[in-house]
Design a protein around this ligand. Structure first.
Ligand code: NI
Length: 205
C-alpha cells in the first residue's frame, strides 16, 4: 500500500516537472521570437532602382527598410501613402537616416526606372524606387504577401482595356536592421503615429 502511494506520488511529481519544463520551454520560445508574424513577411530580393542600379535587400543591412508597394499610375493609395511616408521621415529628422524608404512597383510593365525617377521627385529625397522583370516583382510581392491584381480602367462597359490599374496591398512594412520583419503600418495611419512607431523602433532595435 505504502509503496503504491509512493509510486503515484513519484508519477505526479514527474508529470508536474514535465509540465513545468514545458512551460519554461514555451516561455523561452516566446522570448526568442516575440512576434509570431515575424517570419511571414519579407525575404531576399534583387531589383533595379530608379537610377538604374541593381539593388538587393542585402544593401540595407544595418538599417531599417520601410517598404511600400504600389505603382506610379495609382490614383489614390500610393500618392497618399508616399506623402505620409515622406512627412513622417521628415518629422523623424536626422535619426530617420537609420531608415531606408523603399517603393517597390507592382506594375513593372509601365514602371521603368525612368518612370520611377520622374515619380520619385514628388516624395522623400532618400526614397529609392524599385522595379524589375515580372518574375522578380512576382517573387518579392509573394515574399511580402502583397495582394496584386490588374483591372481594366476606366471600368466602364465597352472599355477596350487600353488602360489598366493594379489593385494592390497598401500596408507599409518596417523591416529591422537585420532585414527581418518588425511591424506593419496600415494605410490611413496618421503621420504623428507613424513618427512615433519609427522613433520607437530606432531607439530600441
Ligand atoms: Ni497605389
Amino acid at each position: 500500500m505504502t509503496v503504491c502511494w509512493l509510486r503515484r506520488l513519484r508519477r505526479w511529481a514527474g508529470s508536474g516537472l514535465i509540465i513545468a519544463l514545458n512551460t519554461l520551454a514555451t516561455g523561452a520560445a516566446i522570448g526568442a521570437e516575440p512576434d509570431p508574424l515575424a517570419h511571414r513577411f519579407g525575404g531576399p530580393f534583387t531589383l533595379t532602382s530608379h537610377t538604374g542600379q541593381p539593388v538587393s535587400d542585402q544593401d540595407f543591412r544595418g538599417r531599417f527598410m520601410l517598404v511600400y508597394f504600389g505603382f506610379t499610375h495609382c490614383p489614390d493609395l500610393c500618392p497618399t501613402g508616399l506623402s505620409v511616408l515622406t512627412e513622417a521621415l521628415e518629422a523623424v529628422g536626422a535619426a530617420g537616416d537609420a531608415i531606408q524608404p523603399l517603393f517597390i512597383t507592382v506594375d513593372p510593365a509601365r514602371d521603368t526606372p525612368a518612370a520611377l525617377a520622374a515619380y520619385q521627385k514628388s516624395f522623400h529625397p532618400r526614397l529609392v524606387m524599385l522595379t524589375g522583370d515580372e518574375p522578380q516583382i512576382a517573387a518579392v510581392a509573394r515574399a511580402y504577401k502583397v495582394h496584386r491584381r490588374k483591372y481594366l480602367w476606366p471600368p466602364t462597359a465597352g472599355s477596350t482595356g487600353g488602360d489598366y490599374g493594379v489593385d494592390h496591398g497598401s500596408l507599409m512594412y518596417l523591416m529591422g536592421r537585420d532585414g527581418t520583419f518588425r511591424t506593419l503600418i496600415p494605410h490611413g495611419t496618421p503621420v504623428d503615429k507613424v513618427v512615433a512607431i519609427l522613433k520607437r523602433y530606432i531607439a530600441n532595435d
